[in-house]
Each structure stands twice: as C-alpha cells, then as structure tokens.
Design a protein around this ligand. Structure first.
Ligand SMILES: *Cc1c(COP(=O)(O)O)cnc(C)c1O
Length: 367
C-alpha cells in the first residue's frame, strides 16, 4: 500500500525501553530492573494524586468536562494569566502537534536546534513541513537567528529550554533579546517541560510564562505534568499564549482530549508542591554525584538544567554498546546514537538507583 510521501523520511519515535521487555528479553527479575530512560519521576507520583484517582474512579464512565475549567483556573492562578490563555493537551506533546498543524505546512518551515525533542521533527514531517536545524547540537541563538533570516519562510521556531535530550539551557535575557528580532507573524514555542528544574538551579534561566506572552504575543509556552509532577502515565500538558494563538490551537484540539482521571490527578498534583520540591532537591543533589563520577572517570558531560544528565564519549567508546551492556544488567538508559551523538542520557533516579547505575557503568568502562 502506498502512504503519503512525507511519511518516508520519518523515523518512528522510540521511547525508553519498557521494563516488561527487559524482563522478558534478558530474564531479569522485575525488582532488579531500573529504568533511567524516560525522565520519569524517580519518586513515582504524589500520594495525593493516588488518592484523587481512587476517589474519582467511579467517574470513569463520564466524559471529562470539556471546558477543563477547574484545571485551567488552577493553572491561571499559578501563572497569573487568564483561563483564556490556556489550552490543555494529552501531554504537552499534543499541544506541540496543535501548534505545528496551525502554523507550519509545505511552504512554512520549522526551525529547531540540531539535537532537540524528537516530536518537533516528527509532527512537522507528518504534515510535509520542512525542518531546518542549526549546525550545532545545542541551542545556539546566533545560528537560529542566522537561519531564520536566511530562510525567510519559517512558520515556527522551537526553543526547548532546557533542552531534551542534551540538558543545556539558555538565559532568559538572551532568549528575550533573540525574540525581539523575530517577526510577529512567526510563532515561537518555548517548551518549558523542565523549566522548574532550570529555575531552581539558576534563576537566570527562568522564563515566566506571563512575562513571556505579554512581552512577545507571538510566543507559546508549554508545560507538562509528566516530569517534576510525576504524571507521565496520565498524559497532561498545557500551552499558554495569547487569546489569538489559543483561538487557532483550539481549532486543532479533539474533544475530551484529557481524561477525567488525568484532570483530577493534575489538580491534586498542583496541590502537592512539597512533592515537587523534594523531587527537584534530590535531582540536583544526585546530579553532583554524577558530575563527580564523570570528572573522576574522564567522561565529558553537558551541564544539565533538567532531571537527566548526558554523558558523551570519545571515539574509543561506543554509546550503543554501552547502552546494550547496561541493558543486560537490567539498567535502561537512553542511547543518543540516533541523534548523531555518541553519548547516553541518564534520568537522575533515587540515590539507590543512581549508585547502582554508576557502579554498573564503571564496570562497563573498565572491562
Ligand atoms: C517530556 C517532554 C515533553 C512532553 O511530555 P508530555 O508527557 O507529552 O507532556 C515535551 N517536551 C519535552 C522537551 C519533553 O522532554
């Protein structure tokens, strides 16, 4: 069967390997497998969230409130914007798709850093939009601006701040100076999936959605409940932007796109800031152990503002081989070879998971 031609150059998104597969393939006991591959919350999810799901389980037969009023009001309060500035998605992933569908096409290109969140590329190619990438792997605003001016027909620019899968971030002031040079008719998406981590590490990296969208009405801020809030399995994300942008994005949104229980869970998650604070604190305390390990073992790493760290190797080591050997030991991490990077991305886990991982990596590197 022939499918749309633009599908030919799409690589299917490969998420972190599920724990079940590792159990099956390598005969490792479930309790011996650790997954540090998908930037999930190592502490699971808040008790308050579990309770909210249980308490609302009897509502499973009902379609969700499609206005999503409750969660939008809570987010509007948190970010000091209006509910009319907010759209909910089944993960912020879905909002990325809305934005691309609303603003890119065969004639309107998408501009990104070379190595960034894979879904920008995949959704763009699905609709036949060309993706222009910078020569540098990490975000480089000079290169982005140069390409923006050179190409002329850029419909959307994606800035992933901080960036997945590399972990770097840009300073807010630099981002705002960049945005001043972008035309009103170009949509700039600031993907803030890890913004709470970045803001905790260095306030200069913090981008406030209200200030962003009020200063630059052509911007769309994205947030998610999947990382610091620990709701990856429930698929809740959001976009914050001008009413004009929202009006366009709402035309792309399928009805009932976030489930009743996911919405209840997100409400409960917002009320447990202590859980998020503990997550972030553990993250950066443990990250120091990773950095110290890298330094003492002469491994290069990227200074990370996220809940993962990227180790890069010289030509003597091969990231795919390393990932495969770790897998056989029951440790799932992310190989970055498919991004053209000889490196691995490791989600920061609990102290126990991290010490087991580092011990295993040491073994791999010395044998
Ligand atoms: C995890 C992630 C998202 C969105 O995840 P959802 O689970 O779809 O909300 C978006 N952007 C980046 C960069 C991410 O890492």
């Amino acid at each position: 069967m022939k499918f749309n031609k633009q599908l030919e150059n799409i690589k299917t998104y490969e998420g972190g390997k599920p724990i079940e597969l590792v159990i099956q393939e390598f005969g490792i006991k479930a309790e011996d497998v650790i997954k540090l591959a998908s930037n999930e919350n190592p502490f699971g999810t808040s008790e308050k969230v579990v309770k909210a799901i249980q308490d609302n389980a009897h509502l499973a037969h009902m379609y969700p409130d499609d206005s999503m009023r409750e969660i939008k009001e809570a987010l509007a309060h948190k970010f000091e914007v209006q509910t009319t500035n907010i759209i909910m998605g089944a993960g912020s992933d879905e909002v990325i798709a809305f934005a691309i569908n609303a603003k890119a096409n065969k004639y309107k290109k998408v501009l990104t850093a070379r190595t960034t969140f894979a879904m920008y590329d995949i959704y763009s190619k699905q609709i036949g939009a060309k993706v222009i990438k910078t020569p540098s792997h990490q975000h480089n605003l000079d290169e982005l601006l140069h390409l923006y001016k050179k190409e002329k027909d850029i419909g959307i620019i994606f800035l992933c701040l901080p960036n997945n899968p590399l972990g770097e971030c840009l300073k807010k002031d630099d981002v705002f100076n960049f945005l001043k040079q972008i035309d009103d008719n170009t949509l700039v998406v600031v993907d803030g999936a890890y913004q709470d981590f970045a803001a905790a590490k260095n306030p200069e990296m913090k981008i406030d959605p209200k200030e962003l969208i009020e200063t630059f009405p052509n911007t769309l801020y994205l947030g998610t409940f999947s990382k610091s809030y620990g709701l990856g399995g429930l698929r809740v994300g959001y976009g914050i932007g001008s009413v004009e942008i929202m009006t366009a994005l709402y035309k792309m949104r399928p009805p009932f796109n976030v489930t009743t229980l996911s919405l209840k869970a997100a409400m409960a998650a917002l009320e447990d800031e202590a859980f998020v604070a503990k997550t972030i604190e553990n993250n950066f305390a443990e990250m120091q152990i990773y950095e110290a390990f890298a330094k003492s073992n002469k491994i290069d790493f990227i200074n990370s503002y996220t809940n993962f760290i990227t180790f890069t190797f010289d030509s003597k080591q091969n990231s795919t081989d390393i990932a495969q050997i770790l897998l056989k030991k029951g440790i799932i991490i992310r190989d970055l070879a498919s991004y053209g990077v000889n490196g691995i991305r490791i989600t920061i886990g609990t102290p126990e998971q991290n010490s087991r991982f580092l011990k295993a990596l040491k073994e791999v590197l010395t044998t």
